[in-house]
Design a protein around this ligand. Structure first.
Ligand code: NAD
Length: 285
């Protein structure tokens, strides 16, 4: 038997499709006099954060979402930041509030996340939204895992009844990913740094989501033949090339479908943030 060609899941194309759908929705809302507004707060000028914030602003422009930028000095106190959030919570013309993480060490992230009104928490990090996801109530869902569900659905990949293994249990990716796959009726296992015999666990997976944060850790020994592999990792190697948590060259020939890095999960995160912004209007009604 020759090598099979996996389906390459095109996150760039799927995210573009979602953004175009949102652009139409936003235009229709504008005709009804509703202008979606996102407030983006950045504290300090971490270069990576500045790139992310810039990308978010550009996506807003493309879709027709008004964005308000708050660029605060590194020395901003926690109290000052909380005061700004309280002001934005009260503003009827602001639908979404996003605080770019990480924050400087003197500011407590949990406190800041908890201060954002849950109906404006477009990142889906507020404990109320996390709890809502957990018990199947409406609310905002963390953008990267929500994007992965869209990648699967729009690629025609069935989740219901499938063995799903998520490697990683972070609050932003691993945990909400597991909850979303469960909501889609997958049989879900969460593996993490203390998992014994990781290979034995991942070899069961029909759908494997790698959110480990270790470059090319997932080699062919971790994969069941015919699996769908979703690579969340983003790493820049010495040469400046991007790679993921999965050893793509080695793993791809074994898979039925796989996401590349770049161009897989990456572009979906902002698309889902834009989705949350547009949806926020409904949630606030
Ligand atoms: P994290 O560091 O918070 O979590 C990593 C998880 O992996 C932990 O829960 C840990 O238990 C687990 N882990 C670590 N070593 C392990 C091992 N040897 N075996 C099994 N499990 C192990 O990271 P995160 O924020 O969840 O992000 C994961 C990766 O995804 C990173 O590379 C990050 O850059 C990337 N990321 C990408 C996007 C995107 O938009 N594509 C968004 C968020 C994060």
């Amino acid at each position: 038997m020759g090598k099979r060609m996996p389906q390459i899941i095109d996150g760039k194309a799927i995210s573009a499709q979602i953004k175009d759908e949102l652009k139409e929705k936003a235009a229709a809302m504008k005709e009804e006099g509703i202008e979606v507004t996102l407030a983006v707060i950045q504290v300090g000028n971490d270069p990576a954060s500045s790139v992310y914030v810039g990308n978010k602003k550009r996506a807003c422009e493309y879709i027709g979402i008004r964005s308000l930028a708050y660029e605060l000095a590194e020395e901003t106190t926690e109290e000052e930041l909380l005061t700004l959030i309280a002001r934005l919570n009260d503003r009827k013309d602001v639908n979404g509030i996003l605080v770019q993480l990480p924050l400087p060490a003197h500011i407590c992230e949990d406190k800041v996340i908890g201060a954002i009104h849950p109906a404006k928490d477009v990142d889906g990090f507020h404990p109320r939204n996390v709890g809502a996801l957990c018990i199947g109530q409406p609310g905002f869902v963390s953008c990267t895992p929500a994007g992965i569900i869209q990648l699967l659905k729009r690629s025609g990949i069935e989740i219901a009844g499938k063995e799903c293994v998520v490697i990683g249990r972070s609050n932003i990716v691993g945990k909400p990913m597991a909850l979303l796959l469960l909501r889609e009726n997958g049989t879900v296992t969460v593996a993490h740094s203390r998992t014994e015999d990781l290979m034995a666990v991942t070899k069961r997976a029909d759908i494997l989501v790698a959110a480990v944060g270790r470059p090319r850790m997932i080699t062919k020994e971790y994969i069941k033949e015919g699996a769908v592999v979703i690579d969340v990792g983003i790493h820049r190697s010495e040469g400046g090339k991007l790679c993921g948590d999965v050893d793509y060259e080695e793993v791809a020939p074994l898979c039925s479908a796989i996401t590349p890095v770049p161009g897989g999960v990456g572009p979906m995160t902002i698309a889902m943030l834009m989705h949350n912004c547009v949806e926020s209007v409904k949630l606030q009604e």
